[in-house]
Ligand binder design. Structure first.
Ligand code: SAH
Ligand code: SF4
Length: 377
């Protein structure tokens, strides 16, 4: 296992085996996860022999920033290069106030409802969207990562390092508040690495994110949804990409529906051990002529009945590999109206950072070739 993926107790065991004193374990863990320092040579209060053994043990930076693009709305899309030259993407989304803003957006499944620190008005809250795989095996027809296919899983250290680098790239006055596993890849198809990354991110001596500010987005891998609920007692936020309320339409958009049909998925959502007052986020990407008719909205209202949800409608962001696209704006509003009238919380999420190809998988697939205005940082 990469040293960046070790939990404090694993550092204790590893360092004790080398004859190091017990307090060093937490010291090293804090250097990595609280301070974001992955180069042992810069861990200034460690004895030189320990720094050297950390380096020979493989502790080193796991990714580098290959490109940063800033959208006109303040969203920053970061392209990371991994040790094998592959690239993944992550998006930093500062919250913006005002009606209709898609602020920390998909992350706010729980956060918006039980916010406890309105006392920090001058801080800009940032939501970071991170990747869990290079590409994706699920093959959703509207998704750039799905069309590309799976290149490889990320290790837990690569998942966590995106957050360490994202935090280091914050601007003055910004604070990292929410992390959503909603970038490239299907987090629950890389369950072990994802679960370890979650443990690291919420550890109080590390990045210290609150569990309810971390959200896993999934296309609906039923056994792993159950496992996530069990392993974290339902504390980790859950977002589910539904995109259709009948099996035929859903299978056409998302082949994974053949394996885990809607009935099974909805049952897993009902069984998720959600804490009181929290809700599951339902993501519904609206694709013109495929899943955007009012009958579909009525069906959605029916199948979700009784499950604590809020619904995010996302007009599809066009991708190069497909002729599919978003509905005309009236269509989005009509769809939303049905759900609002049925009593659901339902928001339209225009993807932020459109001018930097901020939809799932798009930047990494473009390579680092700038197609639009680029601000390097
Ligand atoms: N694999 C996970 C998480 C990554 S995808 C999942 O599918 O949930 C994150 C979200 O982006 C999903 O809801 C997905 O449907 C959506 N998405 C992917 N491509 C899109 C596009 N071109 N336009 C709009 N939403 C898209
Ligand atoms: Fe994979 Fe999610 Fe894209 Fe589907 S939408 S292909 S599950 S990343």
């Amino acid at each position: 296992m990469h040293p960046v993926a070790r939990l404090p107790e694993e550092w204790s065991a590893a360092l004790a085996a080398q004859g190091e004193r017990a307090f060093r374990a937490l010291q090293v863990f804090r250097w990595i996860h609280a301070k974001g320092e992955l180069d042992p040579a810069r861990m200034s209060d460690l004895p030189p022999a320990l720094r050297a053994s950390l380096a020979t043990g493989g502790l080193a930076p796991v990714l580098s920033v290959a490109d940063v693009r800033r959208a006109t709305d303040g969203t920053r899309k970061v392209l990371f290069r991994l040790h094998d030259g592959l690239t993944i993407e992550s998006v930093l989304i500062p919250s913006v106030s005002g009606p209709g803003s898609a602020a920390s957006d998909d992350a706010d499944a729980a956060a918006a409802e039980d916010d406890d620190d309105a006392a920090l008005p001058e801080r800009v809250r940032v939501t970071q969207c991170i990747s869990t795989q290079v590409g994706c095996a699920m093959g959703c027809v509207f998704c750039a990562s799905g069309v590309a296919g799976l290149k490889r899983n990320l290790g837990p250290e690569e998942i966590v390092a995106q957050v360490l680098a994202g935090r280091a790239a914050l601007e003055p006055g910004e604070e990292l508040r929410n992390v959503v596993l909603m970038g490239m890849g299907e987090p629950l198809h890389n369950y072990d690495a994802t679960a370890r990354a979650l443990r690291l991110l919420v550890h109080g001596q590390g990045v210290g994110l609150s569990t309810r500010r971390v959200t896993v987005s999934t296309s609906g891998l039923v056994p792993e949804i159950e496992r996530l609920g069990r392993d974290f007692g339902g504390q980790i936020g859950l977002a589910v990409s539904l995109h259709a309320a009948d099996d035929e339409t859903r299978t056409r958009l998302m082949p994974i529906n053949r394996k885990y049909p809607l009935g099974d998925l909805l049952e897993a959502l009902r069984a998720y051990p959600l804490p009181a007052r929290r809700r599951i986020t339902i993501e519904y990407t609206l694709v013109a002529g495929s899943n955007d008719d009012v009958a579909g909205a009525k069906r959605l209202a029916r199948v979700l009945r009784g499950i604590p949800v809020k619904i995010n409608l996302i007009p599809m962001n066009p991708i190069d590999a497909s002729t599919l696209g978003p509905p005309a704006s009236g269509g989005v509003e009509a769809f939303q109206r049905v759900l609002l009238d049925a009593g659901y919380s339902c928001f339209v999420r225009r993807r932020r950072g459109d001018d930097v190809s901020a939809a799932c998988g798009q930047l990494a697939l473009l390579g680092a070739k700038p197609r639009v205005r680029v601000d390097r940082s």
